[in-house]
Design a protein around this ligand. Structure first.
Ligand SMILES: Nc1ncnc2c1ncn2[C@@H]1O[C@H](COP(=O)(O)OP(=O)(O)O)[C@@H](O)[C@H]1O
Ligand SMILES: [Mg+2]
Length: 370
């Protein structure tokens, strides 16, 4: 059964400003959803509306088959009656309470029995691997350990849905990576629905079952992360997902057959073989080429020039010039090319994207052959 349904949700601040515009979304039970997008796109506002901390201007929200908000019917269930838990960026623990007490406190307020509380707190201390810190105070813990306590505290009353707003953004890169692993594991262990806000596309890619990518209050795409990566619906989505970012290049295109077009960009003439029938009207398109779909070979008479090489050990990012346009290519392992060296490039796989330059929508996926 779907857990959370948003219908035509809109949030307006003041007379003019629309922070979230006509959002429709079905968040399946036990899924891990990330709300992703650049700063100010409406992620936090959306999360707060689902949680009941912000009142939508229009629309309807259902949680677990129950209407918790309906603008037309005047229904607005308070946050504490929505059976949800929160974890925010500033996860202030109570400084004068031990770790144990921090986790137990909410349950005491809910009038759980002493035995129940003890059992639950022990379970959480174990799940989050913080048993040894039970008697310590928050000031005696590292940032990562504090974060674990905050997660345990949020999970304690067994919320059906857990909301998290950039919970890892205060942690250093290494810890963030570790906590990501923990969160993904926790999602499985707790059997609950996670709704997670982040501006970090890598976090969204690695964690979620579905990504809700927003821009300027508008939903751009709602799909599993790999689908968003390989089949982005528009240029914005293609550009936002992936690091190094996708190569976007304007090209001239002439359709030759149902699924064949000749394309011309940066002095390269190539055949584009689409997976589906094309319908190219005017002569211009945008090509979207992921860095890992560019193959590079040494060739003194090649069609591209090495601008710089950025090895990370496991892989190497090559910046190369085709004509006067800079492209990123990525190759596995450590390779070292000389600056200004000529190379030959080819395009791999049937995953080259074609977009309409006006609407910016994706119009094809296919192969590019030089
Ligand atoms: N209480 C408010 N009053 C007016 N504008 C707000 C308020 N809260 C958020 N906004 C605006 O709404 C937009 C979306 O904000 P927010 O949801 O916090 O974005 P995000 O979390 O994606 O960074 C931003 O432009 C922000 O300035
Ligand atoms: Mg925010």
């Amino acid at each position: 059964m779907p857990e959370i349904i948003l219908k035509n949700i809109r949030k307006q601040f003041g007379d003019q400003f629309v922070a979230v515009d006509n959002l429709n979304m079905v968040i399946e039970d036990r899924s891990f959803i990330t709300l992703l997008g650049p700063s100010g796109c409406g992620k936090t506002t959306t999360l707060r509306m689902i949680a009941g901390l912000e009142t939508p201007t229009a629309g309807q929200i259902m949680i677990d088959g129950k209407i918790v908000f309906d603008a037309a019917k005047g229904i607005n269930v308070s946050p504490d009656k929505r059976d949800v838990g929160f974890l925010f960026q500033n996860y202030a623990l109570w400084p004068h309470m031990t770790v144990y007490k921090n986790i137990a406190f909410g349950l005491e307020n809910l009038k759980w029995s002493k035995a129940q509380i003890e059992e639950r707190v022990k379970e959480l201390l174990k799940m989050l691997r913080i048993e040894e810190f039970a008697k310590r105070y928050p000031s005696e813990l590292s940032g990562g350990q504090q974060q674990r306590v905050a997660i345990a505290r949020t999970l304690a009353p067994n919320p059906k849905v857990l909301f998290m707003d950039e919970p890892l953004s205060n942690l250093d890169a290494k810890l963030r990576g570790e906590m990501r692993t923990e969160l993904k594991r926790l999602h499985v262990d707790t059997n609950s629905t996670f709704v997670y806000v982040t501006h970090d596309q890598l976090e969204a890619m690695t964690l979620s079952t579905n990504v809700c990518l927003m821009e300027n209050g508008k939903l751009q795409q709602f799909a599993p992360p790999l689908k968003i990566y390989t089949e982005p619906e528009n240029v914005f989505v293609a550009d936002f997902m992936g690091n190094p970012t996708i190569n976007l290049v304007e090209a001239k295109a002439v359709q030759k057959e149902k699924r064949l077009a000749e394309v011309d960009f940066c002095g390269i003439k190539a055949k584009y073989i689409s997976k589906e029938d094309l319908d190219l009207k005017d002569g211009k398109i945008i090509l979207g080429i992921r860095p890992e779909h560019i193959a590079v070979n040494e060739n003194q008479n090649g069609n591209a020039t090495i601008y710089t090489t950025l090895p990370t050990g496991m892989e190497t990012t090559l910046k190369l010039l085709i004509g006067d346009k800079m492209f990123s290519a990525i190759v596995f392992g450590s390779v070292d090319y000389e600056t200004d060296q000529k190379v030959d490039i080819n395009f791999l796989e049937e995953k080259i994207l074609m977009f309409d330059p006006e609407s910016k929508k994706r119009i094809a996926i296919g192969k590019l052959e030089i």
